[in-house]
Design a protein around this ligand. Sequence first.
Ligand code: NAD
Length: 485
Amino acid sequence: MSQFDELLAAVPTGLWIDGSPVAAVRGDTFAVHDPATGTVLTEVADATAEDALRALDTASRAQREWAATAPRERAEILRAAWQLVTDRAEDFALLMTLEMGKTLAESRGEVAYGAEFLRWFSEEAPRIQGRYTTAPSGNGRILVTKAPVGPCLAITPWNFPLAMGTRKIGPALAAGCTMLVKPASETPLTMLLLARVFADAGLPAGVLSVLPTSDAAAVSGPLLADPRLRKVTFTGSTGVGKTLLEQSAGQVLRTSMELGGNAPFVVFDDADVDAAVEGAMAAKMRNGGEACTAANRLIVANAVREEFTAKLTDRIAALTVGPGYRDGSDIGPLINEKQRTSVTDLVDDAVAAGARIRTGGGPVDGPGWFYRPTVLDNVPADARIVAEEIFGPVAAITGFDTEDEAVAAANGTEFGLAAYIYTRSLDRSLRVADALEAGMVGVNRGVISDPAAPFGGVKQSGLGSEGGTEGIEEYLETKYVALEL
Ligand code: NAD
């Protein structure tokens, strides 16, 4: 038995409902693929509406008792889950590389990052605060308490199969909410392994369910229409987020939306160009470019543009493309054929509009969904690649002359998730960070995600924050008790 087979044999492949893996009511399964080869890794149970409602039955039954569990006990379970994920880091990393394609180094990074949400929120569970104060009139007292929202549905994407789950599950469980997770159909295995880890950590049956499905809308629709569900938290594309917001109106659900991005990466003429190149490698090439925080538009001062572009091109041209589990690979495959076609089309459109290919440009022949790491210079402002999320290893560079021009270009999008700026001036850092319409701004750094910081977007990039002290608030209701003494 190969190392892969041994790992896959240890991953539950049923729906995770009421504390154990079960077959779907109709008995159907669907295939999970290795994007580096296109071959089938395994089959998992395929949830339907009936299964979803069965899971909601267990979540709503478990809700009252879980909410009444001592915060310290909830904290201990989360902490134990953090420990178990950390102990099994290599299993989680290899599993993510197998089903998603990213390199093992990237997967190991995600395991550490994803697990940290469990530890962070274990520390937040005992710190849920209320307040007690005298009314300004002096005639009464104001008591404010926090209560868990209730059963939640989490819908997660394939690009960070562990972390996009844990940053929802961590705060939900810490707050005292039960949760159903519908992982992306491309990457359900990581979440199923996490469910087993939570059971091993002592999480009561029914508190966490995992519902892989080949038909996301068929599973989420009936859940969103059921009055027992109280919240939906989603990470994915803006289009699907809008649909879920519409559907959430029926039961007036609490919503958290982490949607698409189109991050500007602005390099000013007073930047340390080598540091900016280093930052751009991280902001662009992390996760093979398949990150919502990925630098989508490199907006570079014309005074340093050629130096920056030449140095970045050297770095990107030196990247080795290959299966994520092969030693020496820097960039794995894209998730599937559809994603690769989308990247190919964006690059072709930019080139037709006048962009110049400095390196790469085009898919890699052979099995798997590989795309060559690419640098495009002279990208016209009206090319589709400037307006749309690339989600691939393609750096698109445009130039600017003045700070006002750079800020206007950076803000010229309906998205507002992450933004990056490189400058040696403190004044300029703070001025531009203020002016950018983004939920998160990196100053002289290309990686901003941190479980201790609030992650979230403005404009069409979303609603709410994940992580930080803010993250748990998304899973808490505020209750006011008016007291006459
Ligand atoms: P997607 O929106 O297609 O899918 C995300 C999830 O939604 C998957 O689980 C999918 O099965 C489910 N889904 C799809 N259609 C649905 C429907 N009609 N009803 C209910 N669920 C449905 O996005 P994707 O291709 O998986 O991920 C890429 C997108 O996610 C990018 O746009 C990226 O920017 C975004 N993303 C955002 C963040 C963030 O935090 N803001 C993080 C990662 C990815």
